[in-house]
Design a protein around this ligand. Structure first.
Ligand code: EPZ
Length: 412
């Protein structure tokens, strides 16, 4: 498969798209499935590169997996290996939460360090802090992280800062630990709530999911899980940005419920319109015209960092000055350089990007360097005059199941 997308821009989007299952919900739910020594199923699971990578890791650990359309079956009866090669962990950061699962299942686990990427260093100190608090001995080697425990024991843990992955790591270690665990200052992203809901279908005893205080009572064993993967809120937000940047109109089927409030508030202030109707979300971007004087990314329920780059692309098409402050990751403005090559006027000043919008975007060849930045380049290409070739499609395929088909269908 060619590793680029070629896009002829300049037409308003008009059509209907169905939102895929959430990548960032599916990945921890797949990890949680390993906590049962039998079959679990995730319905409506997105068929994307990161899910296939996590599936390969489950197989590496001894699971048997298979698909029936978008339903992913995982038989983890014999998934008792306790080592994940760096080749996998370097490709996909979220494999690090499998440490908790291997400890819970076999009292030991070893894996390579997760890859960082252009958005930041991506340390895992909070992950290891949580595991140590729950009784694991963790050694940080040069190549590998090695963890072991006699048993995992419940404890009160307060996170010094909010981390989605570290919260998931702690939950996965605590559900079968002995005794009670109290997690304070947890991340509140919806993916945490969905993981807990899935674990509860397996018999886990969890209270407070979705809030910053989660209480877990350890159980001896978990049953097979079965749940539908929720819609991907970041894919939905990306598509709303596509309607905005082309001043078009989209109907979103299977939209996330109540998970995009901060994003939709900004979209509305820009002149965008939206309304829910019989389970669908109708968005109309032809009123988009107001720049955003100041926007900052925050932990949930604030404006999501994963929609910062797609939003930046939209703001380059709105006359006037907009300013974005990226507060979650230390290097998430790489896409600005590529947008500037398309004719955008963007100045990066440390943690802030100043966009002088309204200059026409010209099609050219640009390079995706990470998932959401790559999606932003696709959006810019849809608004640009002429043809744009976005190289690095493999980055975009990690999280978007059919962005090409969806958006080309709507721009005919
Ligand atoms: C999850 O990453 C998502 N990935 C990211 O989405 C998302 O951007 C991020 O949460 C924030 O919402 C998945 O769910 C697979 P964090 P995660 O731990 O868990 C620092 C995408 O495009 N930190 O909440 O890695 C970290 O460096 C991806 O789908 C530590 O300092 O995010 C960052 O600055 C990109 N120590 C901040 O916390 C740690 O031990 C938030 O990171 C862990 C994190």
């Amino acid at each position: 498969m060619e590793d680029y997308i070629r896009i002829a821009g300049g037409k308003p989007l008009e059509g209907t798209v169905s939102i895929q299952g959430s990548k960032n919900a599916a990945l921890p739910m797949m990890a949680a499935s390993l906590l049962h020594k039998g079959v679990s199923v995730l319905k409506g699971c997105p068929r994307i590169a990161d899910v296939f990578c996590m599936e390969e890791i489950l197989r590496e650990l001894g699971a048997v997996t298979w698909w029936e359309d978008h339903d992913l079956y995982m038989d983890c009866t014999n998934a008792d290996k306790t080592e994940i090669p760096a080749a996998y962990t370097g490709k996909m950061r979220s494999s690090v939460i499998l440490l908790a699962v291997m400890l819970s299942r076999n009292k030991k686990g070893c894996l390579g360090y997760p890859g960082g990427c252009v958005i930041g260093k991506r340390p895992i100190d909070l992950h290891l802090y949580a595991l140590r608090q729950l009784g694991a001995k963790v050694e940080e080697g040069t190549e590998l992280i090695m963890a072991s425990c006699d048993s995992l024991r419940g404890k009160a843990i307060e996170f010094p800062k909010r981390s989605v992955g570290a919260t998931q790591q702690a939950i996965l270690a605590a559900v079968m630990a002995s005794g009670e665990t109290e997690l304070l200052n947890c991340a509140c992203e919806p993916e945490i709530k969905w993981l807990c809901r899935y674990l509860k279908t397996m018999g886990a005893l969890i209270q407070g999911e979705g809030s910053s205080l989660i209480h877990i009572t350890g159980v001896k064993e978990l049953n097979g899980g079965c749940m539908k993967v929720p819609p991907d809120r970041i894919v939905a937000g990306t598509y709303i940005c596509a309607a905005a940047i082309t001043r078009g109109r989209l109907v979103l089927e299977n939209p996330p419920e109540g998970e995009l409030d901060a994003f939709l508030e900004v979209y509305r202030k820009m002149g965008g319109q939206y309304k829910g109707k019989s389970g669908k979300l109708i968005v109309n971007g032809n009123g988009i015209r107001y720049p955003v004087p100041f926007l900052k990314t925050e932990v949930y329920p604030g404006f999501p960092t994963d929609l910062q780059s797609p939003m930046m692309a939209v703001l380059t098409t709105i006359p006037g000055q907009s300013r974005i402050r990226e507060q979650i990751f230390e290097a998430r403005f790489k896409t600005a350089e590529e947008l500037v090559r398309m004719g955008a006027h963007i100045r990066v000043e440390g943690r802030e990007a100043v966009i002088d919008g309204g200059y026409p975007l010209q099609g050219c060849t640009v390079q995706a360097q990470e998932l959401r930045g790559g999606a932003a380049l696709v959006l810019a290409a849809m608004a640009a005059e002429g043809i744009t070739c976005v190289e690095g499609y493999s980055y975009i395929r990690r999280g978007y199941e059919h962005i090409c088909e969806d958006l080309s269908l709507c721009s005919s």
